[in-house]
Ligand binder design. Structure first.
Ligand code: BEZ
Ligand code: FE
Length: 280
């Protein structure tokens, strides 16, 4: 195959994937080539711009290590993470909605008992979080694994600090027989996503802000139910309508209620979707 030109090269590349044994991989590669080429044609991509794009992706990869995932950040800020979450988590009405996972979940969070302080030294105003894990029928889900993680008052997750010996502001609890759980922590505050890498360069070049509205992350697992990955967002936050990663859903916005002693209380119930039940 010679003398390919701008009118014939797309089909030639697609044909090169014709023998892909895995039909799903073939579908994805074919569509990827089609859309990449269409994009280049639509914007009339110059060679200098293409090279700038290669350099940007190279820098994105070079920024990644075991604690920093710049590609997730890129996917998040381009809305691709939330699009994928939305397409794959169309749950029945009444179930708690999902949102982005984010790059700051880590394996091996400490286990806590009800009432423990998961902040574990993280800075912030004191807060009690309590809630229930329920099935769509309203019945309690006992012994569900409830994992929570959040940023501190300075807007940092524990993994963003060098040399911390203990996990802070993250932990795992289990719901009781009545589906209930409660723990102490710190109040969620708005924070900017990391901007010291290529994604930050992209945000500045496009005049976008990096802020996420205040939120707690939750991942809830129970046998017989789909794993729920979500946030609870703090009502009144100025960034609820302009989240840098497009993750806000109104059903996930809740009130952090100030108590007489100055501490805060968040009450939030999670409703799990039974595994393998299609959305209506
Ligand atoms: C987060 O909420 O932890 C997060 C999500 C997406 C990008 C950066 C941070
Ligand atoms: Fe977060």
């Amino acid at each position: 195959m010679r003398n390919l030109n701008q009118d014939t090269i797309t089909q030639a590349v697609i044909a090169r994937f014709a023998q892909t044994p895995d039909p799903r991989l073939k579908e994805i590669m074919t569509s990827l080539v089609q859309h990449l080429h269409a994009f280049a044609r639509e914007v009339k991509l110059t060679e200098a711009e293409w090279m700038a794009g290669i350099q940007f992706l190279t820098a994105t990869g070079q920024k990644c290590d075991d604690k920093r995932q710049e590609f997730i950040l890129l996917s998040d800020t381009l809305g691709l993470s939330m699009l994928t979450v939305a397409m794959n988590n169309d749950k029945p009405a009444g179930c708690t909605e999902a949102t982005v996972f984010g790059p700051f979940h880590v394996e091996g969070a400490p286990h806590y008992e009800h009432g423990d302080d998961v902040a574990n030294g993280a800075s912030g105003e004191p807060c009690l979080v309590r809630g229930r894990v329920l099935g769509a029928d309203g019945k309690p889900v006992a012994n569900a694994e409830v994992e929570v993680w959040q940023a501190d008052a300075d807007g940092n997750y524990d993994v963003q600090y060098e040399g911390l010996e203990h996990h802070r502001a993250r932990g795992i609890l289990h719901s009781g027989a009545d589906g209930r759980f409660h723990f102490k922590t710190i109040v969620a505050e708005a924070y900017p996503i990391p901007v010291d890498g290529p994604v930050g360069d992209m945000l500045r070049a496009t005049n976008r802000h990096p802020w996420r509205p205040a939120h707690l992350h939750f991942m809830i697992k129970a046998p017989g139910y789909e794993t729920l990955i979500t946030h609870v967002f703090r009502d009144g936050d100025p960034y609820l309508d302009s989240d840098a990663v497009f993750g806000v859903r109104q059903s996930l916005v809740a009130d952090w209620v100030k108590q007489a002693d100055g501490s805060y209380m968040l009450d939030f119930d999670f409703v799990l979707n039974p595994a393998h039940v299609a959305a209506k």
